[in-house]
Write a protein that binds this ligand. Structure first.
Ligand SMILES: [Zn+2]
Ligand SMILES: [Zn+2]
Length: 365
């Protein structure tokens, strides 16, 4: 399979027909927690280095649900939101030489500056720019992709990859970053806590890597069923009798080598710490609510020789690896998207997310 990377070389490929703009472009706006409006929207013309994308797919994300419920400190309302997207380039700003009109694009919503204290140390995930300049507005007919992203974390979508799966680039980059830190081995038993979309993306990535036993501990019959169908070797319902014993019996009673916590709740963090085997690693993947604390048994931490990791966000190398993984077709990651709705039905999408009735929903303008 040929994969076109974001390089000037792609400029020699034939130009696709420009996609006609919708007659009345719309953009979903979060007016206040729990209230969405679909507003008329005039797509901006891209400035230097920027690209205007016609959105083909935006994906729902747990972060969007949090913002919908209680607002987001970085997204003052009224806010255009949606940060997992893919689409077709309809206009390029001055100086853009790696994309042209008609190209199909997939991109992460952030990119680091490349020259700050953190970037110099290879920790681009902590670059202030990565958090402060986020491309938002995926729930829209069009989205303006900033120059920082176009030059760093944007890729040409191969024809073999659908727009839905291409929009998984951002969550997959987070998963790749976490697993780069955790370094799972093929012979290991990995416990994933949480059967949501992120838990399942971890399962898919671990199985694609050849990890022999991947177990999901979570709640909700439907979600656990999805986890099993999408690759978990075994699922454990944490609310069922004997759940703790089932986890303890993993690895012939030694317990899991690696635990990846994906609930973002302190109870999940505590369980991850408690259940990993002696000498094992814990990845605290899900961020907890503000002002929460984790209390750890220092004796267990030291004498059981635990390694605790709390990877946050992603670096450009993780985005590239996520891109390659998605393009390889090894994951079948698109299976985590198990509902589709029109942009005009966005309120219904959030209703489904509230009820955990969907893992990820594709929002198609
Ligand atoms: Zn996301
Ligand atoms: Zn930086």
């Amino acid at each position: 399979m040929t994969v076109r990377a974001a390089s000037p070389e792609s400029g020699v490929s034939p130009v696709a027909e420009p996609v006609a703009r919708a007659t009345r472009p719309r953009q979903a706006v979060l007016v206040e927690p729990g209230r969405l409006e679909l507003r008329d929207f005039t797509p901006p013309h891209p400035g230097p280095g920027e690209v205007l994308l016609q959105v083909r797919c935006a994906l729902s994300c747990g972060t969007d649900l949090k913002a919908y419920r209680r607002g987001h400190p970085m997204w003052p309302m009224p806010a255009a939101f949606g940060h997992e997207f893919s689409g077709v380039v309809v206009e390029v700003g001055p100086g853009v030489d790696n994309f042209r009109v008609g190209d199909e694009m997939m991109a992460a919503p952030t990119a680091p500056c490349g020259h700050c204290f953190y970037c110099d140390r290879g920790q681009e995930n902590l670059c202030p720019q990565a958090m402060q300049k986020m491309v938002l507005g995926g729930y829209s007919d069009f989205i303006l992709v900033g120059a920082h992203v176009v030059s760093c974390n944007a890729f040409h979508k191969p024809a073999t990859l659908g727009f839905e799966e291409a929009a998984l680039l951002e969550p997959m980059a987070c998963v790749v970053h976490a697993q780069e830190r955790a370094r799972p081995e093929k012979f290991e038993t990995v416990l994933v806590i949480g059967a949501g979309a992120f838990g399942i993306l971890h399962v898919m990535t671990l199985k694609a890597h050849g990890v022999s036993e991947v177990v999901v501990a979570g709640r909700g019959t439907q979600r656990l069923q999805w986890a099993g169908e999408l690759g978990a070797d075994r699922v454990i319902d944490v609310d069922a009798a004997g759940a703790e014993a089932a986890v303890a019996s993993l690895n012939n009673g030694y317990g899991p080598d690696l635990v990846i916590e994906c609930t973002g709740q302190v109870a999940g963090w505590s369980a991850a710490f408690a259940r990993v085997r002696r000498g094992g690693r814990v990845v605290f993947f899900g961020g907890c609510p503000v002002n929460t604390a984790l209390s750890v048994d220092t004796r267990r931490m030291h004498y059981d020789n635990l390694t605790l990791l709390a990877p946050f966000h992603f670096r450009p190398r993780d985005v590239r690896k996520a891109f390659e993984l998605l393009c390889s077709g090894k994951l079948g990651a698109g299976r985590v998207i198990n509902a589709r709705r029109r942009l005009s039905d966005l309120a219904e999408v959030f209703g489904m997310l509230e009820r955990s009735a969907v893992l990820k929903c594709a929002v198609i303008p």
